[in-house]
Write a protein that binds this ligand. Sequence first.
Ligand code: AMP
Length: 394
Amino acid sequence: MNDSTLKPGDTLGLIGGGQLGRMFTQAAQRMGFQVAVIDPDRHCPAAQVGAIPITGRWDDRQTLEKLAQISKATTVEFENIPARALFYLEKLGVACRPGWRGLWVSQNRIREKRFLERLGCPLPFWCEICSESDLDRAARTVGLPLILKTAAEGYDGKGQARVESASQLADAWNSMGQRPCVAESLVQFQAELSIIAGRDQFGAIACHGPMWNHHTHHILDWSIYPSPFGPIITTEAVKIARRVVESLGHVGLMTVELFLTNDGHLIVNELAPRPHNSGHWTIEGSPTSQFDQQARILAGWSIGDTYSSTPACMGNLLGDIWTNGEPAWAESLQADPGIKLHLYGKTSPKPGRKMGHLTVIDTDPRQALARVQAARHTLKSQARPSCQSTSQLA
Ligand code: AMP
């Protein structure tokens, strides 16, 4: 062990205290660490479970200095943190895992695609759009229909437009404020997959997944592990994820989102240098959850075992579940006592907002999915009208 190895009782730094930060905090606490979190909200989901709140912005020097005073190593719950914030933390003697490179590459779709292309990873046809003169070329090189995505700050389908004809391109680009974009060919896929690679400071790598992910309105609805697409696809997904983390020298987690095309090969959609919604099932289903892994890597410990032979399904609980009032928690959990409920401590259940999730471990992955769906249906259909919840949704 070297001097960047932490010990229980030490404080781990975290930037961003939403649900990913909350589940990281809980995992780190189980291993005896304390967590200090930078978040603009003093009562963010991570602070609610005991992370020490450092209220402020992650690009503010004084806020970063406060974190550096109490923690020797810092991780992140999202990728849109300026590289200079991590440089500053490192200057103050704080190890950043992941480091700036993984964040810098994945926070901009143009950089990300160039990087993946150099690595020889399979991508949709794409081109960058930085000026009006790029628009014509996009339709010719990428083909139609295409998807236009802002290079920075898009997520869950936000900052995206589907373009059917060349004449719609200029309008679509204008609607994005003429910001730098990528144009991508529309991939004909049979499934969306993800794989979460963890790489420790010694260079050892272990992967969770691939998971099979289903989205509704661009938001993850459910994930199933293992993917039902067989060993060739699993091997290929692992190979891509390993190539990405090795070439970045990444120390931390890296999620690779993939399309499985109709003709049976993988295409990389995007990268996220952090835990991922599709990996929440690992809390119950894997010897080392994605959050345990994040904490182990951050502490400078060696990577944990990720192998799991038990199928699992995770279903998101969006604010929509509150449409008819307070969801029927007791009824749903009584009807299927094997359901695991996770809520993130958020108070305003808006449609599309991730409020929590359910996990089911089952010998049959299809049955795990059916049980998640039945539980969610019970939550909503047997909800009790409550003035507060319904007015918040209005
Ligand atoms: P993203 O924010 O890039 O993950 O996109 C959100 C969702 O849009 C993805 O999960 C896909 O369902 C869909 N999508 C994104 N890019 C493409 C593409 N090139 N072809 C087809 N569907 C796409």
